[in-house]
Design a protein around this ligand. Structure first.
Ligand SMILES: [Zn+2]
Length: 323
């Protein structure tokens, strides 16, 4: 499994020198920075860009790289890429909601060419700024449910189709900077089904994030069939190459209902081992988990998070899955 990616995704405030050493000794080889989802994602991404310019952040990211961790930035980016301040002058670029009114709240009109072009332009600028610091940058539609546009053209498209149009616009911007750049399509919440009327452009790969899963039972348990219903079809549609799973095995922000102070994490190693075996059997080679709310505030309350157990779950499941 040495060529496989095994990740750990944190909020910026969770990054410390100790974390880097602990992840390295647990066999983790990718560190993700997730500024934070929810309705304030654009603001959080802006703050993260300031944080990335601090000397201490640069030092820690360099240390992480020296310690064998590849670095990624992942975030819900639609509201950042198409700033909401443009709503007054160009409401047609934004979403039409259930009532028929245009709204600046979440995502955009996926059928408006100017909106998509503005997203590509912003993605290009952002990628230029970030690619020196990160090995992977992936930006997703906004973190809202029922976030599709209901205008006449968009009504013909599912939320997943609309999400793919936004992802295509992002990757087009990235690839103006680097022709090999990639961006994940986030199969998640309302966009968990396979797009039907839109095709992925070059550089788009599948990122599967089953946030509504039952974390007490394995992902292939019937209790999780709602989250896995389209998984094999999604893999066929996007291809297994570069496909990755973004799990919630150690996502203490989810278990803490995204409110600090964090709760004590209960880590279900058996579930994770069974999940990893299942994902490997489907052909995924790139597996990670949100691991937010496990930083210094967590450690001062409860002690160390289960870095070693997490790394072991990957290693043991991979050993069982060898042909
Ligand atoms: Zn629309």
């Amino acid at each position: 499994m040495s060529e496989h990616r095994r990740g750990w995704i944190i909020n910026p405030c969770d990054l410390t020198e100790e974390l880097i050493f602990r992840l390295q000794s647990a066999g983790i080889n990718e560190l993700g920075i997730h500024p934070g989802g929810g309705q304030r994602a654009a603001e959080k991404l802006s703050s993260c860009l300031d944080w990335l310019e601090e000397d201490e952040t640069e030092r820690l990211l360099e240390l992480a790289r020296e310690r064998g961790l590849s670095l990624e930035l992942c975030e819900h980016g639609a509201s950042f890429l198409l700033p909401r301040s443009g709503f007054e002058n160009h409401p047609e670029r934004f979403r039409q909601d259930e009532s028929g009114a245009r709204t600046p709240f979440g995502n955009l009109c996926a059928s408006n060419p100017e909106a998509l072009e503005a997203v590509s332009d912003s993605a290009e600028k952002l990628y230029k700024r970030l690619r020196g610091q990160f090995d992977r940058v992936t930006l997703w539609p906004d973190d809202i449910t029922k976030g599709g546009c209901r205008c006449g053209e968009c009504a013909k498209l599912s939320v997943a189709d609309q999400a793919l149009k936004i992802t295509n616009a992002i990757v087009r911007g990235f690839r103006r900077v680097d022709p090999n750049a990639k961006c994940g399509f986030l199969a998640y919440q309302d966009a968990l089904e396979t797009p039907k009327r839109v095709s992925p452009e070059q550089g788009v790969y599948l990122e599967y994030a089953p946030i509504r899963r039952n974390s007490l039972l394995p992902i292939n348990d019937p209790a999780n069939s709602g989250e896995t219903k389209h998984l094999k079809e999604l893999l066929e549609f996007f291809g297994v190459q570069y496909a990755r799973v973004i799990e919630y095995w150690v996502d203490n922000s989810r278990f803490s209902n995204w409110t600090r102070p964090p709760k004590r994490l209960v880590f279900h190693g058996d579930v994770m081992r069974q999940d990893v075996k299942y994902y490997l059997s489907l052909g995924f080679e790139d597996l990670t988990s949100f691991a937010c709310f496990l930083g210094p505030d967590y450690i001062s309350l409860y002690g160390l998070p289960p870095y070693e157990e997490y790394g072991k779950a990957f290693a043991e499941a991979a050993a069982c899955s060898l042909p």
